[in-house]
Structure formats: structure tokens, C-alpha cells
Design a binder for this molecule. Structure first.
Ligand SMILES: [Zn+2]
Length: 61
């Protein structure tokens, strides 16, 4: 079964509300593997909004 390691997950994404920088806030142990369907939480530094991003297989290539 294909999977990607944590290194392929972005630490920061663009906030969909304000366009600011949302940083990863989910706690991920070093040996965590991200499989399709895994949800990670991000929080925007500008508007303080929290986003749960579900990674799909195409995001992890
Ligand atoms: Zn924002």
C-alpha cells in the first residue's frame, strides 16, 4: 500500500479565508506516516482560523 512520509506534508499552507500563512499545529511523531484521508490541523497566524486539511493521494506525490 503506497504511503508518503511526513516530509511530503507542507508545514504551512495559504489561509483560505484571508490569504495569510496557516501553520501546521497537529502533533506528529517523527515516525508518523501520512496516508490518504489523513486530516491535519493548521492555524492561520493572521485571522487565527483553524483548518483541518484532509490529504488525498494526489497531494502526497
Ligand atoms: Zn487567515
Amino acid at each position: 500500500m503506497p504511503y508518503a512520509c511526513i516530509m511530503s506534508v507542507p508545514n504551512q499552507i495559504s489561509c483560505v479565508d484571508c490569504g495569510g500563512i496557516a501553520s501546521l499545529i497537529s502533533f506528529l511523531p517523527p515516525d508518523t506516516t501520512i496516508e490518504p484521508g489523513t486530516a491535519l490541523a493548521y492555524r492561520c497566524a493572521d485571522c487565527n482560523e483553524r483548518f483541518d486539511v484532509v490529504f488525498e493521494a494526489e497531494d502526497l506525490d
